[in-house]
Write a protein that binds this ligand. Structure first.
Ligand code: DX5
Ligand code: ZN
Length: 555
């Protein structure tokens, strides 16, 4: 059954941090290509791959072939988290005698293929997939190929072979991050249409330029194109691949090299370079500061919620916040699980169900069956026993567990025992019951007061700010510690949802950049601030960050 969306997200974050640690200690390695495939590996390791870390050569295991073997730190960090070896082993990366070398080596139990000389992993994968079929085995083979790697002719020979032999127990991911060893793929050997200039975002904007999929279709493959950093899209694509018979499937995953660390993103320099020791703590803080935007659809047309969901999808929201109100816990009634069930087929974007209802323990199963990805209930209508029941049921059902507190409610003592396994804590910043209210300013202090309690109890989920969040206050709410932001009237209430979400994201980004500069200044004064700014060489990032540093007098 695997882990749920939130737990996969958490493991992906841990894996990225291990990559930074390992490459920094080794003084070399490939963080860029490890980060572009981080979500793909997360879905494979924590939801789909069948394996036993205690019995790495189990003959019925699924096989994961990392054809782009240079991204070994990404593979090894996930193998450690999955239990093949202690995470501390990553400290020996690239050291003499270590089983964790610069490229995967069969000396490391669990490694399936010595990737590194590019272009050969797909051929190898076809061999083991065919062998599995001939032996009557039902293991699956998953292979990750680099886009630059697919300049190699052998990849296309293998593509023809897989189609000829109808290899449908093989699922290939193309890590389409548009960068290879020393420049952009579209400058060296275009797979899509030629990239003019250095602005990769040009390649993202215009899908009509995307020709890579046509190449694989013309070789007889089933092609699925996704955003390779969206867990829900990777999840859905793997499910589709499993159901596709008689042809091999390639999932062309549009990714960002160095994803999650701004100065590494889309920057060819980080194909094969290790981060310096003095910036590792700042990078880790940046990794801990991923954030999600969750539009609340009740701020839209309540008679056409399907259209509100579509507006969220077009707006590229991270979650869809569903405010269930029963007219008892709050005076208003909105909708119940039947509406969620009706909306579910419209999108794979995670449904963030916020239950403002009495006796949630009696109804929570309905909301699981309706397709919620996370269910948040209010502490005001729970106690240790009823919330314990909800918590356990959600965990068993692989649904995220959320707890919400009203503005005048503190975190109840009985809840402390659940904090370490909570996926989300909603800190209401309006009195629940409707959208369009004003943010209650005391919530800033409340969030800051909550931090030590959450830290002491090993909270590893996300604090969600819910109610009255706007462009003006979201930056300070992020600084308070929130990482998920509900936007009702400020997003769904706007004409242009995509524009509103983009502005929300930019406002949080500005706040995050300023927190990272503050960290740099604390650690190393204006010298480290200068160095941190200097790392950001792509686009206008450097000027934008420098301006923040000047305003804060860090320079
Ligand atoms: C209020 C709900 C909130 C609200 C958010 O009870 O829980 O999610 O809809 O809407 P805004 O952002 O407009 O306050
Ligand atoms: Zn809500």
């Amino acid at each position: 059954m695997g882990l749920n969306y939130y737990q996969i997200k958490k493991n992906i974050l841990s894996a990225r941090k291990l990559v930074i640690r390992a490459t920094n200690l080794a003084g070399s390695g490939h963080p860029g290509g490890s980060f572009s495939m981080a979500e793909i590996l997360g879905c494979l390791f924590y939801k789909y791959l069948k394996y036993d870390p205690k019995n790495p050569s189990w003959e019925d295991r699924d096989r994961l072939v990392l054809s782009k073997g240079h991204a070994a730190p990404g593979l090894f960090s996930n193998m450690a988290i999955a239990g093949y070896f202690p995470e501390s082993e990553l400290d020996t990366l690239r050291k003499f005698g270590s089983k964790l070398q610069g490229h995967p080596d069969l000396k490391c139990p669990g490694v399936e293929f010595c990737g590194g000389s590019l272009g050969t992993g797909l051929s190898y994968s076809i061999g083991i997939a065919l062998a599995g079929r001939i032996d009557g085995k039902n293991y699956r083979v998953y292979t990750i190929v680099g886009d630059g790697e697919s300049d190699e002719g052998q990849v296309w020979e293998a593509a023809m072979t897989a189609a000829k032999y109808k290899i449908d127990n093989l699922t290939v991911f193309l890590d389409r991050n548009f960068i290879q060893q020393d420049s952009y793929t579209e400058k060296i050997m275009p797979l899509d249409e030629r990239l003019e200039g250095d602005d990769i975002s040009e390649m993202w904007k215009d899908a009509s330029r995307w020709k890579t999929g046509d190449k694989w279709r013309s070789f007889g493959w089933n092609v699925i194109e996704i955003d390779g950093h969206r867990i829900e899209q990777i999840d859905a694509a793997i499910k589709k691949a499993h159901m596709t018979k008689g042809v091999p499937t390639i999932i062309i995953s549009r990714t960002i090299k160095g994803k999650s660390v701004e100065h590494m993103e889309d920057n060819p320099q980080w194909h094969g370079k290790a981060p310096d020791t003095d910036v590792v703590p700042i990078i880790n803080q940046e990794l801990d500061s991923q954030f999600m935007i969750a539009p609340s659809i009740i701020a839209g047309d309540m008679t056409n919620l399907a259209n509100e969901v579509k507006r969220c999808v077009n707006g590229r929201s991270d979650y869809i916040h569903l405010d269930v109100m029963d007219g008892q816990f709050v005076p208003n009634k909105t909708f119940d699980h039947l509406k969620i069930k009706e909306l579910r087929p419209l999108t794979v974007i995670p449904f963030d169900s916020h239950l403002m209802i009495n006796e949630p323990v009696k109804h929570v199963r309905d909301y699981i069956e309706a397709g919620s990805d996370i269910i948040t209930v209010h502490a005001e209508v729970c106690d240790e026993s009823s919330f314990g029941e909800i918590h356990d049921l959600l965990k068993q059902s692989q649904v995220g567990v959320g707890l919400a507190i009203n503005p005048d409610t503190d975190l109840p003592e009985w809840s402390y025992k659940f904090i370490s396994t909570l996926d989300q804590l909603i800190v209401m910043s309006v009195v629940p019951g409707k959208s369009g209210q004003k943010y209650i300013e005391e919530t800033h202090q409340k969030m800051i007061r909550l931090k030590p309690i959450l830290n002491e109890n090993n909270f590893s989920g996300f604090v969600e700010a819910d109610g009255g969040v706007t462009l003006d206050n979201i930056g300070s709410i992020f600084a308070d510690g929130a990482r998920a932001f509900v936007g009702g009237s400020a997003i769904i209430g706007q004409q242009d949802v995509r524009g509103a979400i983009r502005e929300f994201r930019n406002a949080v980004l500005k706040s995050r950049r300023s927190l990272l500069l503050q960290k740099a200044h604390e650690l190393g004064g204006s010298e480290l601030v200068q160095k941190w700014i200097g790392l950001h060489v792509v686009g206008e990032k450097q000027d934008q960050i420098k301006k923040i540093a000047e305003e804060a007098n860090y320079l």
